[in-house]
Design a protein around this ligand. Structure first.
Ligand SMILES: N[C@@H](CCC(=O)N[C@@H](CS)C(=O)NCC(=O)O)C(=O)O
Length: 245
């Protein structure tokens, strides 16, 4: 039987949702890191989308060649045929994803702005795509890639305070949805936990054992004030990763 393939951006919360669900159910797949801008034609080819339709990662192509180009669709696909699914109510999960989406959108704008403003972060981003001896050359390409992503997804660069506020509001709504004093285990993990845990990445990036980031890129994702304000959620996220990722 053919292999399944996942195309993604390892640092992206959307990709991490999909990987977590697939790994949780021990679904075998080959992982391919997408390169923004340069990898766009290849992604379009893999996604087989009609002209004019936007392509995004994560993109999962299962062993039968069926394509899933949305993190929630991939989580639902990973649940198929499983005795203990991650999703209880698909409509409720989609509602939760819709609440989270504007916060992730704001985070993409914030992180992209910060990376563009920091030559070290641009160099690290370039190294992820090309061998490090070429990184000096490729930093301008990384900058073009970052601007390409911002334009493609309509991310308004700058506006740091508004973007942080958008994330803060959503985190406050989500806080009551988790049992802070009782993080999930592998047996009790739900897709809701995965969506909330991965949203903490732009507050305080998770341990590098789970998602590796260079020091400058890590700084771009991190926000000390938010991490202090939501220290309980960050601790819950860390415990969830330790027990269930
Ligand atoms: N609704 C989609 C959103 C995915 C999304 O926005 N992906 C962005 C992450 S930055 C992406 O594909 N970026 C890379 C690109 O556009 O080339 C999902 O849940 O999977």
């Amino acid at each position: 039987m053919a292999r399944a393939h996942l195309y993604g951006l390892a640092y992206s919360p959307w990709t991490e949702r999909a990987r977590w669900a697939l790994d949780h159910h021990r679904i075998a797949y080959d992982y391919h890191e997408h390169v923004p801008m340069l990898g766009e034609p290849l992604l379009r080819l893999r996604a087989k989308v009609p002209a004019g339709q936007r392509t995004t990662v994560p993109l999962f192509v299962d062993e039968h060649g069926a394509r899933f180009m949305d993190s929630i669709a991939i989580i639902l696909r990973s649940d198929e045929g499983k005795t203990r699914p991650l999703v209880g109510d698909a409509a409720a999960l989609r509602e939760l994803a819709a609440i989270i989406e504007p916060a992730l959108h704001a985070c993409r704008a914030r992180v992209t702005s910060r990376i563009l403003a920091d030559p070290a972060a641009l160099r690290e981003s370039a190294t992820a795509a090309v061998p490090s001896f070429m990184a000096g050359l490729a930093a301008p390409v990384a900058a073009l890639g970052a601007k390409f992503i911002a334009k493609k997804h309509g991310a308004e660069l700058g506006h740091e305070a508004e973007n942080i506020d958008a994330l803060r509001k959503v985190l406050a709504v989500l806080r009551p949805k988790v049992q802070l004093d009782q993080p999930p285990t592998r047996e009790t993990l739900t897709a809701t936990d995965i969506l909330i845990a991965t949203l903490l990445q732009p507050v305080r990036p998770v341990d590098a054992a789970h998602i590796a980031l260079g020091p400058a890129v890590r700084r771009a994702w991190n926000d000390d004030a938010l991490a202090r304000e939501f220290a309980d959620l960050v601790a819950w996220r860390d415990a969830t990763y330790r027990a269930a990722r």
